[in-house]
Design a protein around this ligand. Structure first.
Ligand code: SF4
Length: 275
């Protein structure tokens, strides 16, 4: 009993110290050495490079207004937090290290890879016997299947956990895809427990008030994630220019399609040809 308690305290101390030292390091950086003088990169921004890297670049140069989707996304996250225990970091970590099953919503993650500090906030994380075993990431979109950037985002959260010293050898991630009108559905908060009940199989669609959610469970692949991250970082350290998407559908709805030289939207192409 005494031994176990001491182990919990040691793990807790090491995890908190690692996190705090990165926070301090970040605070001490006045000007970042990455593109746009960024001091750190967010997981969602790295994932966005896999949607269209040129768009990420143009959003930094031209700025991007908050879209209704972004505003709605925040509301959805608030809803997912509603029933969560707003415990202090230390209290949550103590519970995790005690080995009890613990579900943590909106857990801040911070890690350093190749001298670049990367931060993210995972929608929901389930810990079991002191280690993370499942990450749940919600996406609200009209398309019922996950895209590459969704996989990259969820895998990078797993990688951050790895960088933070957690054992991720059993880690799986679930992408939960529901239509935009399901964003405020109160039943969303039950999804992590539903997934746990169906681990090891393809979970049936989860019924919501305004539709249903498709759930895709994947094993975390560290080698692939590191390769994806290396590719993305080469843009931030200036090794290569931004890569535009090859999908015209993305350009049609892009707020930069009027100025982007790579735009594949029909109207932009016609304007360029006429010039
Ligand atoms: S117009 Fe197309 S290529 Fe250009 S930034 Fe937008 S999505 Fe990317």
């Amino acid at each position: 009993m005494f031994k176990k308690r001491r182990k919990v305290e040691q793990s807790l101390k090491a995890t908190l110290e690692r996190f705090d030292s990165l926070v301090k390091e970040l605070a001490a950086i006045e000007e970042g050495t990455l593109r746009f003088k960024s001091r750190l990169l967010s997981v969602s921004e790295i994932a966005a490079q896999y949607y269209c890297e040129k768009k990420v670049e143009l959003s930094h140069i031209r700025g991007e207004e908050e879209t209704p989707e972004m505003r709605e996304g925040k509301v959805a996250h608030e809803l997912l937090l509603k029933d969560a225990v707003k415990a202090e970091r230390e209290e949550i970590l103590r519970r995790i290290f005690s080995g009890k099953p613990t579900l943590v919503r909106e857990m801040p993650l911070l890690g350093k890879y190749n001298n670049v500090i990367i931060a993210g906030v995972a929608d929901a994380l389930l810990f079991y016997q002191g280690s993370p075993i499942l990450l749940v990431e919600h996406k609200f979109t009209g398309k019922p299947i996950p895209f590459r950037d969704h996989h990259v985002q969820a895998s990078l959260y797993c990688h951050l956990l790895d960088l933070m010293g957690w054992d991720v050898s059993q880690m799986k991630y679930a992408l939960v895809i529901a239509r935009p009108e399901c964003r405020n559905d109160k039943k969303l908060i039950d999804i992590p427990r539903y997934i746990v009940r169906h681990l090891g199989e393809d979970p049936p669609r989860f019924k919501l008030e305004a539709g249903s959610a498709n759930i895709y469970i994947n094993n975390y692949d560290s080698r692939k994630t590191v390769a994806d991250l290396d590719w993305a970082l080469n843009f931030w350290i200036g090794k290569r220019p931004a890569v535009p998407t090859r999908k015209s559908g993305k350009c049609v709805v892009c707020s930069h399609n009027g100025v982007c030289e790579f735009s594949l939207s029909k109207r932009s192409i016609e304007t360029r040809l006429a010039a």
